[in-house]
Design a protein around this ligand. Structure first.
Ligand code: KG4
Ligand code: ZN
Length: 337
């Protein structure tokens, strides 16, 4: 059966991704080409390398997404082209944006510029279409740590956010300091499984104060502890650091759920792939009697299917965007008060 399909493109950071998603939000195809290997030896994403790699990878990744959906560039049968317009690295965003504009113009279909964060907020809907509003999303990535109330799709209230480092940033910085390489999150996640989470008493900053977060003090404590005692077991450090992060994320998420009267807590963003966070959040939600929606690992990290899901919402509510739309490296999420 032929469905209406959106083609979405995501190139905001170091993943070149394209996906086809049908109007009922079923995923027809989703292709993600990670550049992790290209950046690992530099200990982080190098913007110039990322931009150049997107130029090389965009066409093959889009072609593959079309092919897997039984389509070709000559016979696309696409209803609209959606693309991440921000936030992200300017050189990376521009590659996806200009490619998407060219395709939308050539195929004569609507063009949709999507906020990357809104994509993460829509990711859960692809796998849990029966989520009931209001729900709370904990969005934890390399650049963001936010608690957001979703009163209805597209209506977001910011409940709390980090006042300094993002959770993923803390993972990446601690991992780099411990010599665990890039990206730090998965490395600490693996190592922590072999350590004792109670070995070191790291601070739970602002645990009992509101819904904002702070992670820079924790990062400093980890660095000081290692400086004081060079013989510390790295697995114990990783496990204790992770426990401190997870304790704060779970406690604040549950407080947010209670304040909002939410039906569910939903995880999103790269840190949502963390095994300890997933287990602890599930347990706390069960105890509180609310649903815990844990997107698959592929849907937590950057992908284009989530951009397509946000694209369908934008197509239905706003229609298309102008081809004049520019990339916005610091694009903010539109919030209601
Ligand atoms: O959402 P994402 O793919 O990219 C953006 O920042 O938008 O998130 C990447 C972040 C990185 O900081 C990475 O270290 C972290 O997510 N991350 C994890 C895990 N997997 C990825 N952090 C903790 N545990 C993980 N398993
Ligand atoms: Zn992301």
């Amino acid at each position: 059966m032929e469905h209406n399909v959106i083609l979405a493109i995501e190139t905001s950071c170091d993943e070149t991704a394209a996906a086809l998603v049908a109007s009922d939000l079923s995923i027809v195809s989703s292709v993600v080409s990670s550049q992790i290997d290209l950046h690992a030896s530099f200990g982080g994403v190098v913007p110039e390398i990322a931009g150049r790699a997107h130029v090389e990878l965009l066409e093959p990744v889009v072609d593959e997404a079309l092919r897997r959906g039984g389509r070709t560039p000559r016979d696309p049968r696409i209803d609209a082209v959606a693309v991440t317009a921000g936030p992200g690295l300017i050189g990376s965003l521009l590659v996806g944006l200009s490619g998407a504009k060219a395709m939308a113009a050539a195929w004569d279909v609507p063009f949709l510029g999507i906020n990357h964060l809104e994509g993460h907020l829509f990711a859960a809907q692809l796998e849990a279409p029966d989520l009931e509003v209001p729900y709370v999303v904990l969005l934890v990535s390399g650049g963001h740590t936010m608690l957001i109330a979703v009163d209805e799709p597209g209506r977001y209230r910011l409940l709390g956010e980090t006042i300094d480092d993002a959770a993923g940033e803390a993972y990446d910085k601690v991992a780099r300091y411990c010599g665990l390489g890039y990206p730090g999150g998965p490395a600490i996640d693996r190592l922590a499984a072999e350590g004792n989470p109670q070995a070191l008493a790291f601070p739970r900053s602002m645990l009992n104060e509101g819904l904002d977060f702070s992670f820079s003090g924790l990062k400093t404590s980890v660095v000081r502890a290692i400086e004081r005692d060079g013989s510390l077991d790295v697995a114990d450090v990783a496990a204790s650091f992770q426990q401190a992060v997870v304790d704060v994320l779970v406690a604040k998420s549950m407080r947010a759920v209670e304040e909002v009267g939410a039906t569910a807590i939903v995880l999103g963003g790269g840190v949502a792939a963390n095994s300890a966070l997933r287990a602890a959040m599930q347990e706390a939600a069960t105890e509180a009697g609310v649903r815990c929606a844990l997107p698959s690992l592929a849907m937590c990290t950057d992908n284009a299917a989530m951009i397509a899901a946000a694209g369908w919402h934008r197509l239905r509510t706003v229609g298309g965007d102008s081809l004049e739309l520019g990339a916005d490296p610091s694009m903010a999420l539109e919030l209601v008060r």
